[in-house]
Design a protein around this ligand. Structure first.
Ligand code: FES
Length: 242
């Protein structure tokens, strides 16, 4: 039986692991069958990047990747030359060594059950240097929260559009495990650890454009924006520094 060695991962297997793998099953299935709870937001259907792994040994023995996998991989966090989506790599008789990247971007996380929720002990309070709002953005968000009877807003980055990522704002009442939190007057902002990598140092402003007004993100981490302004990309070095 081939073996899969998993290098230590802070949350999924802090001491590393070695499992006996089933030939013909994907690396992702083998990990999940051995209680290594790798993200698999699209349920192994090659529609997200959350099962991304890097092969430290055995890469050349793997089945070839499809165009769909290659396209998705471009959006994965911490992409390396020997990256693959673990749900698309089938185990044969060769041993493998893999590294599970520290972060994922979870494009369908709304449909994926969360393991643990609501642990305010894990919150990290941000300062205005980490993330800030202009006076006009603060007053606009504050009035939106009042209109919606909500006390907080989640700021997220999701995979989207032609340039890779887009911002998302949603109303929330309470922090989730590992959230970063910023309290400004009556506005509570929550940012997941994964999204904060993209957002560190960002300021939100609220500006007038012709007859309309909108929230804009002044984000120092962006490397390019798409023509319509809806999505953006970042330098891959950002993930190495995280
Ligand atoms: S689980 Fe979504 S691409 Fe593998």
């Amino acid at each position: 039986m081939p073996k899969i060695k998993i290098l230590p991962h802070e949350e999924l297997c802090p001491n590393g692991a070695e499992i006996e793998a089933t030939v013909g099953k994907s690396v992702c299935e083998n990990l999940l069958n051995s209680s290594i709870d790798i993200e698999h937001a699209c349920e192994l259907s090659c529609a997200c990047t959350t099962c991304h792994v890097i092969f430290r040994e055995g890469f050349d023995s793997l089945n070839e990747s499809t165009d769909d996998e290659e396209d998705l991989l471009d959006k994965a966090w911490g992409l390396e030359p020997k990256s693959r989506l673990s749900c698309q790599t089938i185990v044969d008789e060769h041993d493998l060594t893999i590294e599970i990247p520290k972060y994922t971007i979870n494009m369908v996380s709304e449909n994926h059950p969360k393991k643990e929720n609501k642990n305010s002990d894990m919150e990290k309070t941000l300062t205005k240097k980490d993330f800030s709002l202009s006076d006009s953005a603060l007053s606009h968000i504050s009035s939106l929260l009042k209109q919606n009877n909500s006390s907080g807003v989640r700021v997220s980055v999701k995979t989207s559009g032609c340039s890779g990522y887009a911002y998302d704002l949603s109303y929330v009442e309470i922090a989730e495990k590992d959230d970063y939190v910023l309290n400004i007057e009556d506005v509570n902002l929550y940012i997941s650890k994964e999204s904060f990598i993209f957002l560190k140092g960002t300021k939100i402003d609220y500006v007038k454009k012709g007859l309309n007004s909108e929230l804009i993100f002044i984000n120092p981490n962006i490397s390019a924006k798409c023509g319509c302004g809806e999505s953006f990309s970042v330098d891959q070095n950002l993930f190495q520094q995280a």
